[in-house]
Design a protein around this ligand. Structure first.
Ligand SMILES: NC(=O)c1ccc[n+]([C@@H]2O[C@H](COP(=O)([O-])OP(=O)(O)OC[C@H]3O[C@@H](n4cnc5c(N)ncnc54)[C@H](OP(=O)(O)O)[C@@H]3O)[C@@H](O)[C@H]2O)c1
Length: 425
């Protein structure tokens, strides 16, 4: 049965205002009725675009208001967002949120609370803005055997990579442009060091495979050590493919990926956020600027690519709107894959679990202050394919990269996957 939604909104920044605007201007006559009753914000000095009577600075004015049946949480503070979302669910209110960091850190607990309270927690907007991937994985791909879910999940880093590659800008100039246009945060580490993409990947791991992943356990290397020379190197890099043809002209993309590793039981998955050399046959090759993309590869539907705007007030607000609309019909993510995993566990069957015991071809470019000898003393390659005085291309077990991530960061080493990734027997 359709319900009238009475919203208590937290946050009136980029996405909060985007949602407000959409609710005012969505002229399609769908009989959709949603009303914002109150908006909680933080800064008392800020000038607001709409009537002051909407606003409060006290979160309990929303959380204790029995007329409000939906909390839409769109604030920038992950810890405060966690407190708000938890309290809202515990008091029987449904919640829509876009906060990937908060969700990635607390999802298992929040799902448990959702189940215990019979409420609903929806978060389509938290992963790749307007791309409808959460509900797609939860519902459409409920039963099909999934090989992988991967893609470009962070618009700011993709914008920077595109500008360096297509317009010959330096990393610093491209980053400044991204910040000026509002794509990158004032502190861009969340974007360029891969944190944002990692949070999103963890949420997709739950919806794709029914597993909860701690973001700290994901192999995460960003583009913060990238230089224009790495992009030029990728353009000229050449590999022989299975058909004996040479592939060249690669682009560097920051790719987030969860994929099954081929083994007798197919029960292990590899998760990473890494720069990757992609060739023109890869659907990610032409995903440029602030766009995001998600590639899903499954046993029978084969490969599908979703491309769209991963950020911005209106695109992200549209995903929030879709969740609000779904709540009129009491929609919930049911976590059937998580439940099936629990059933398998009770029967003593092997569960899907993460592994980094995978060998990959990687490109490592290092700075003058670090000699090749020193690098090789610290990082174990299983095979070196080519080397010179500022880079090495070789095979590495990915757990080795994970273990050496502090060394890699400390010495500003740029790392990218540049070839085959395969399970180690
Ligand atoms: N921007 C995007 O394109 C995008 C895309 C997908 C997901 N998201 C997620 O959406 C959320 C909001 O992002 P945004 O870009 O809209 O952020 P934003 O523009 O920085 O706005 C943040 C809003 O949160 C409010 N706020 C911060 N701390 C608060 C607190 N303790 N209590 C109440 N209000 C508080 C701020 O209040 P004041 O107005 O008083 O400062 C502001 O209105 C974040 O979780 C973000 O990760 C954003």
């Amino acid at each position: 049965m359709k319900k009238t939604v009475k919203i208590g909104l937290f946050g009136f920044g980029c996405v909060g205002q985007g949602l407000y605007d959409i609710l005012q201007n969505n002229t399609e006559n769908t009989g959709f009725e949603a009303q914002i009753l109150k908006i909680c914000v933080k800064n008392k000095e800020k000038k607001r675009e709409i009537d002051a009577s909407y606003f409060t600075f006290d979160k309990d004015e929303i959380l204790n208001n029995s007329e409000i049946n939906l909390v839409v949480e769109l604030i920038s503070d992950a810890e405060e967002a966690y407190q708000i979302v938890k309290k809202a669910l515990l008091s029987g209110k449904n919640v829509v949120t876009a906060n990937k960091k908060m969700l990635a850190l607390h999802l298992e607990e929040l799902v448990r609370i959702q189940k215990e309270t019979g409420t609903s927690l929806l978060y389509e907007a938290a992963v790749c803005g307007s791309i409808p991937i959460i509900r797609t994985l939860a519902e459409y791909y409920d039963n099909e055997f999934l090989y992988s879910v991967s893609g470009i999940f962070n618009g700011s880093s993709n914008y920077i990579l595109s500008k360096i590659s297509n317009e010959n800008l330096s990393y610093d100039v491209a980053l400044k442009q991204a910040q000026k246009l509002g794509f990158a945060e004032a502190d861009p580490t969340l974007d360029v060091a891969g944190f944002d993409a990692t949070y999103k990947l963890c949420l997709l791991a739950t919806q794709a495979y029914g597993i909860f992943i701690n973001p700290d356990e994901v192999l995460r290397i960003g583009i913060n050590n990238l230089k224009k020379e790495d992009i030029d190197f990728a353009k000229n890099y050449s590999v022989k493919k299975e058909n004996d043809q040479n592939t060249t002209n690669f682009k560097v993309k920051l790719v987030a990926s969860i994929s099954r590793i081929k083994s007798s039981e197919n029960n292990q998955v590899l998760l990473y956020v890494l720069p990757v050399f992609v060739d023109a046959e890869n659907p990610l090759y032409n995903v440029e600027n602030e766009n995001n993309a998600v590639l899903v590869e499954a046993a029978f539907s084969d490969k599908q690519t979703f491309i769209g705007k991963g950020a911005g007030g209106h695109p992200t607000g549209s995903a929030v709107l879709s969740d609000i609309s779904a709540l009129r019909f009491d929609y919930q993510y049911e976590y059937r894959k998580t439940d099936r995993n629990k059933e398998k566990n009770a029967l003593g069957q092997t569960l899907i679990s993460p592994t980094q015991n995978v060998e990959a071809e990687v490109y490592l470019r290092f700075e003058n202050h670090l000699s090749k000898k020193e690098l090789l003393q610290n990082i174990d390659f299983t095979e070196i394919l080519t080397e010179n005085e500022n880079h090495i291309i070789g095979k590495i077990i990915l757990s080795e990269l994970f273990e050496k991530r502090d060394f890699i960061e400390k010495h500003h080493i740029f790392v990218a996957l540049c070839g085959e990734v395969k399970a180690v027997n």
